[in-house]
Design a protein around this ligand. Sequence first.
Ligand SMILES: Cc1cc2nc3c(=O)[nH]c(=O)nc-3n(C[C@H](O)[C@H](O)[C@H](O)COP(=O)(O)OP(=O)(O)OC[C@H]3O[C@@H](n4cnc5c(N)ncnc54)[C@H](O)[C@@H]3O)c2cc1C
Ligand code: SF4
Ligand code: SF4
Length: 439
Amino acid sequence: MTDPKPKPKKPRGVAQLIAGACIACGARCQSVCPVNCVEMTDTGEPIIDAPKCIGCQKCIKICPASALEMYFTPEEREILAELAASAMPVEEEIDPEAAVLAKKLAEYRGVWVFIEQTEGEPARVSWELLGVGAGLAQTLGVELCALVIGHQVEQLCSEAFAHGASKAYLMDAPVYWHYRTEAYVEACCHLIETYKPEVVLMGATGMGRDLAGAIATRVATGLTADCTGLAIDDKRNLMQTRPAFGGNIMATIMCDRFRPQMSTVRPNVMPMPERREGAQGTIVRDPFTVPEESVLTKVVEIIRDSHSKGAVDITGAEFIISGGRGMMSPENFSILQELADELGGVVGASRSAVDAGWMPGDRQVGQTGKTVRPKIYIACGISGAIQHLVGMQDSDVVIAINRDAGAPIFEVATYGIVGDLFQVVPALTRQIRELKQKK
Ligand SMILES: Cc1cc2nc3c(=O)[nH]c(=O)nc-3n(C[C@H](O)[C@H](O)[C@H](O)COP(=O)(O)OP(=O)(O)OC[C@H]3O[C@@H](n4cnc5c(N)ncnc54)[C@H](O)[C@@H]3O)c2cc1C
Ligand code: SF4
Ligand code: SF4
């Protein structure tokens, strides 16, 4: 019996530059090369180290000028011609680099949400993240897990189950009573390295931003801050959408070569999931702790924002009446306060009004202010710049009052009133008062 003829391997070739075709686009070919075999000349053209090239064709696919092509030796061309002429099955060579990457990524599974808490009191954004995390976990076909770190915080695991998690990783020890970067980073990195989640979500709060950045650096992965949209592509990658270039465009950022994929999301950006009373889940208790003496930071006292005089948390308000540059002066904000008092709401502001010193910074709505999701948002004398819209456009009802019928705020408004706010706002307040008196 004769051995069956071995299947011929399809030659991969090497990349080469087509003379005069490179437009020096900024070294895109170099940036995608997985084996670092592309060097750039002073004039921005690539030099390919042919013996190192594995023929993956990534540079060819990315080149905007079609300035690269595959080169095959005469022998390789002969094999290619033979393969094309015969009906012989070809053994496709698996790209070794892609295979290693796929294996590495496959080790990571599960969507995790960090449950932020201060002295046992959970941050609402954690539940909002479980809401969006549930959709991601369902698309990926994996578990939605809560990451609970603190001291005597086991009840937060039950809360996490009620908000959609099916598993909670719990680290409960006195050293975690107060948030301190060193201890929490050690704890989170230990869990990530042990259980390998593919997605980790955190609130874009002071704590979340601090922690997420430190973890991403430690575990050597990517982090996208302040995401406004999260979805999964057909290769299990997390599509992380956020405003970019001053809010003028929305960028979708991927982290397709590293795990976990990490994102922070601001409070109020994602809707609150429905509470499933009595929902059960698995608690994985991890005994890992950090020695107290290794944590250099000591928390002496927590001074909460809401204790400071006059501070208002607009993010939790159901009714927000915001004023912009059209208010003309700080005194005029009193008419907004009157309307807010009638509705049981609070007064917000655009950045122009804050920059002018008419309102304090904690009232600012928008990209560099707060993101709000009230039942009713009334924008008075606010033009509707994109940086303002990203902070309020998910409100249930938006009422815009502006004397310019072409103001962009009307594009997101449920109801638009074209008119002078100094007439419209007091008229609204009067009307509400009358209606209340009739009741
Ligand atoms: C990086 C960056 C981040 C930013 N972050 C934020 C942010 O977080 N939040 C934010 O708000 N902005 C932000 N901005 C600024 C933003 O681009 C706009 O400049 C700002 O929102 C405009 O504020 P405004 O609408 O109050 O003022 P204007 O754009 O000047 O609009 C005033 C409006 O009032 C109307 N008006 C005037 N008088 C009356 C009247 N009597 N009755 C009715 N209507 C009247 C006018 O028709 C006009 O439409 C940011 C900008 C940058 C570059
Ligand atoms: S074909 Fe692949 S390995 Fe070769 S230069 Fe292009 S990107 Fe690099
Ligand atoms: S990607 Fe194409 S155009 Fe850009 S530097 Fe490389 S060869 Fe030149």
